[in-house]
Design a protein around this ligand. Structure first.
Ligand code: GAP
Length: 513
């Protein structure tokens, strides 16, 4: 069934609430902006995604180990990492609507609108001419060249302004581009200010002794400061990796698009420590490995693409994003960065401790280089959920809302129904549950017709439903119905464990890698 794109995302958000996936935080107090709670099904799905990542990174790689560092860290960590001085977004307020915006986002959106105009010109021309050559058209068409010049001018001015921290110039670009506030429609802008995204709090009970500490804005620094602890105690040899999952906090100015950009979120990061000079080989390898991991979920190859960063952060010598086709377009899902020896060297300098590796073969010590893979668990959750959500029109005219989640990640793997609540069917259903519950997440449901129970579990994303009927009492078989094909087959009760094992276990997913 075709749903309007603008409604599709809204439907997903409502579905998340209706089926216990995601709730607005503190909803009874009207919610807290850009903070969300995961409900009974959401918590399971999130746990399964985290587990799949962890097993793929730590269990399947002999040279990667996992840690769990604290959220609070010594304040100097954030000075060394550059977050105190440079983890800023330029913000601007509209004086009429009193709405706050990221100045860089306003400019980027303006540039995107001009790019849209170019694309429209190209589309129009493509319809007009046979054997249309888009590259040739772009390099010769006067209107397109004019648009492209505008984009280049804005980008050059903006890049220089940011590099030189000239916030007046950033404001001037917004004025010159005649960018208006989408709420008030006015160009009545304040000055641009830098806004640090880290949340701070005070540690210590007596105010004079309390020191300002930060809620970590990334989990990576917990890995860097433990590099030597892990290398020595784990007797790790280069190349090796340290993985970690955990909460991160950012006081995002513009937090929109549901769980895509949150103020409290979870990251799954891995720092791969390598010999200097070999980092590009490892960077390319990790790009492919991480893409393969995403593709193993079976959500469609065309939903992913690489976006190589042209403008690199000062500490990186290569960086890219794996982008996903979210309901609002292709956006960053995961970052892969070659971070050189920047972080370890900074921590050496600020802590006064050596963070080096003794290379026996070369008989020398050096600071390793680092290739990082960093994915947001909540963003991954949204990618999986949005690609799995379907509104299908059935032949009988009914609409079926189904979550085609990868079965190994589904919160409930199998739902068990007695056909009726009598004749000993609930007892048999219960004994099947008792056999399967140690290996599979199950749900027992005896309310409403079987058809309604199927619909309920389609909407939750349960890949299989077992119905226990009168025939089951006689021949010890049950009906197993698949969520994806809606086909049913009779399976012997004593074969159920092996029947499901290949289909819903984490192992089945890991074997694809
Ligand atoms: N250690 C590197 C790092 O933190 P990043 O690109 O800032 O890099 C990595 O973040 C990933 O974390 C992103 O690709 C995204 O998936 C996730 N992420 C970042 N900010 C987020 C936010 N405000 N809400 C949800 N996820 C976020």
């Amino acid at each position: 069934m075709s749903v309007k794109p603008e409604d599709f995302f809204k439907n997903i958000i409502s579905h998340c609430k209706e089926y216990g996936y995601i709730f607005q935080s503190s909803e009874i107090y009207d919610g807290l902006s850009a903070v969300y709670d995961y409900g009974q099904n959401g918590a399971e799905l999130k746990k399964n995604i985290r587990e799949y990542w962890w097993k793929a990174m730590v269990q399947l790689n002999e040279n990667i180990v996992g840690i769990d560092a604290a959220i609070f860290m010594h304040p100097t960590v954030w000075k060394a990492s550059g977050h105190v001085d440079a983890f800023n977004d330029p913000l601007i307020d509209n004086k009429d609507s009193k709405k706050r915006y990221r100045a860089d986002v306003l400019i980027e959106e303006h540039v995107a609108k001009i790019e849209d105009k170019i694309n429209k010109e190209v589309e129009k021309a493509a319809k007009r001419f046979e054997n249309f050559d888009a590259a040739m058209f772009k390099s010769t068409n006067a209107r397109v060249l004019e648009y492209q010049k505008k984009i280049d001018d804005i980008n050059t001015r903006f890049k220089t302004a940011l590099n030189e921290n000239k916030l007046d110039e950033v404001r001037q670009i917004i004025i010159d581009c005649e960018i208006v506030c989408p709420i008030s429609g006015s160009r009545n802008w304040t000055e641009v200010r830098q806004f640090n995204l880290m949340f701070s709090t005070a540690m210590g009970s007596v105010s004079e002794d309390a020191s300002t500490i930060y809620l970590r804005p990334e989990t990576a620094q917990g890995i860097f400061v433990n590099y030597l602890n892990v290398q020595k105690t784990g007797r790790m040899k280069l190349p090796f990796g340290i993985a970690q999952t955990g909460k991160a906090f950012r006081n995002e100015i513009v937090a929109r698009q549901f769980i895509f950009r949150m103020r409290e979120f979870e990251q799954m990061e891995m720092q791969f420590f390598v010999k200097p000079g070999t980092e590009m080989k490892h960077y390319e390898e990790w790009k492919q490995k991480r893409l393969a991991w995403h593709l193993s979920l079976g959500l469609g190859e065309n939903n992913y693409k690489f976006h190589d960063h042209l403008k690199l952060a000062h500490y990186a010598n290569a960086a890219c994003d794996i982008e996903f086709n979210f309901p609002f377009g292709f956006k960053e899902l995961e970052g892969i960065h070659s971070r050189t020896d920047f972080d370890l060297k900074q921590h050496e300098q600020f802590s006064g401790k050596k963070l080096q590796y003794f290379d026996i073969e070369q008989n020398e010590s050096y600071v390793p280089y680092v290739v990082e893979t960093s994915v947001g668990l909540d963003r991954l959750f949204l990618s999986i959920l949005s690609a799995s959500y379907k509104e299908e029109q059935l032949e009988n005219g009914e609409t079926r809302v189904v979550l085609n989640l990868p079965p190994a990640l589904a919160p409930i793997k199998i739902a068990i129904f007695p056909l009726v609540k009598k004749d000993g069917l609930p007892n048999l259903a219960e004994s099947i549950m008792n056999d399967l519950k140690f290996d599979y997440a199950l749900s027992y449901d005896e309310k409403d017709t079987v058809g309604k129970r199927y619909r309920r579990h389609d909407a939750i994303g349960t890949p299989y439903c077992i119905t226990v009927d009168h025939q089951s009492l006689e021949d010890k078989t049950v009906t197993v119905r698949s969520r994806d094909t809606m086909q049913q087959e009779r399976i012997s009760i004593d074969k159920l464990f092996t029947y499901f094992e290949d289909k819903v276990s984490m192992k089945s997913l890991l074997k694809k890698l």
